[in-house]
Design a protein around this ligand. Structure first.
Ligand code: CP
Length: 306
């Protein structure tokens, strides 16, 4: 039931068998999330610190609830209210938390590689909750859990990932993970937001939005990440919505039962219209529920009692 590494730094580092095992354990954890009492004691006596240098609602709260549902002591540290404001380095902050006997540090940071650096210098297990433009492994795991729950597996599924691929750690982690599990990720977005090496990562690039959506089993919109753009990479949000937004008309190119996904937060009317966000096939709220289950599975597999 354990992972081979002390840390969860990226989907890149996980094997297909490990991903399958995480999803299996998450399926059991979901029963706890949906139960009235929501209590297990696998992490009694363990401590989990959420060290967030960037904003978050879903990831931070779901890790905190995941820890609490299993009896862990959980603490939130945000850059704004910590000694980071006094100039303390990531290394010193990590070592300080380590010295307090922390079992798991969940870190989100704007610098790609920050969790990998921290993991080398602390005894605690480190989980990457999103590092710059690199990876967001727990998001991809919850996305894969949601897809597997709906389709029973991944083999041959066409997963259309639409939007700002360049800045998206969610897209990177999903492409790597979906490929490992046998799905076929297809990407489409503005040419200015398409990484040159995307095909090497395992995704094919669709020539048009219609091509990307046609026959897709899953349609995954991505958040436009204005905060990571140093210069304007598309003319306006209205223009983006017109050419790259998913709406009731173009979603019809996908299969009738195509699952609509988005990591959140959704810029309604930009990446997805409200009709698509809230449609019958939208799994967006289910993704949030599944995020708690997947994060419980990871905490349990890293330091939980058998
Ligand atoms: N999907 C995601 O990472 O959302 P938050 O930024 O709210 O954590």
């Amino acid at each position: 039931m354990k992972l081979k590494d002390k840390d969860v730094l990226g989907i890149k580092e996980l094997t297909a068998a490990e991903i399958e095992l995480i999803l299996d354990i998450a399926a059991d954890m979901k029963k706890i999330v949906l139960s009235p009492s929501k209590k297990a004691h696998y992490l009694r006596g363990k401590s989990v610190i959420m060290l967030f240098y960037e904003n978050s609602t879903r990831t931070r709260v779901s890790f905190e609830l995941a820890g609490k549902y299993m009896g862990a002591d959980t603490v939130n540290v945000t850059a704004a209210g910590s000694s980071v404001q006094k100039g303390e380095s990531l290394l010193d902050t990590g070592r300080t938390l380590d010295a307090m006997g922390t079992d798991i540090i969940v870190i989100r940071h704007s610098m790609s590689g920050a969790p990998h650096f921290l993991a080398k210098h602390v005894r605690a297990s480190v989980i990457n909750a999103g590092d710059g433009m690199n990876e967001h492994p727990t998001q991809a795991l919850l996305d894969m859990f949601t897809i597997r729950e709906r389709f029973g597996g991944f083999k041959g599924l066409k997963v259309a990932i639409i939007g700002d691929i360049y800045h998206s750690r969610v897209a990177r982690s999903n492409i790597i993970g979906l490929r490992k599990m046998g799905a076929e990720p297809v990407v489409y977005g503005p040419a200015t937001l398409m990484p040159v090496d995307i095909e090497k990562m395992g995704a094919s690039v669709a020539p048009t939005l219609k091509d990307a959506l046609t026959g897709a089993d899953v349609v995954m919109g991505l958040r436009v990440q204005l905060e990571r753009q140093k210069k304007a990479l598309f003319p306006s949000q209205a223009e983006y919505a017109k050419y790259f937004g998913i709406n009731s008309e173009n979603i019809a190119f996908a299969g009738k039962n195509a699952l609509v996904m988005h990591p959140g937060p959704v810029n309604r009317g930009v990446e997805l219209t409200s009709e698509v966000t809230d449609c019958e096939n939208s799994a967006i709220n289910e993704q949030v529920t599944n995020g708690v289950a997947v994060r419980m599975a990871l905490l349990y597999m890293l330091v939980g009692r058998e």
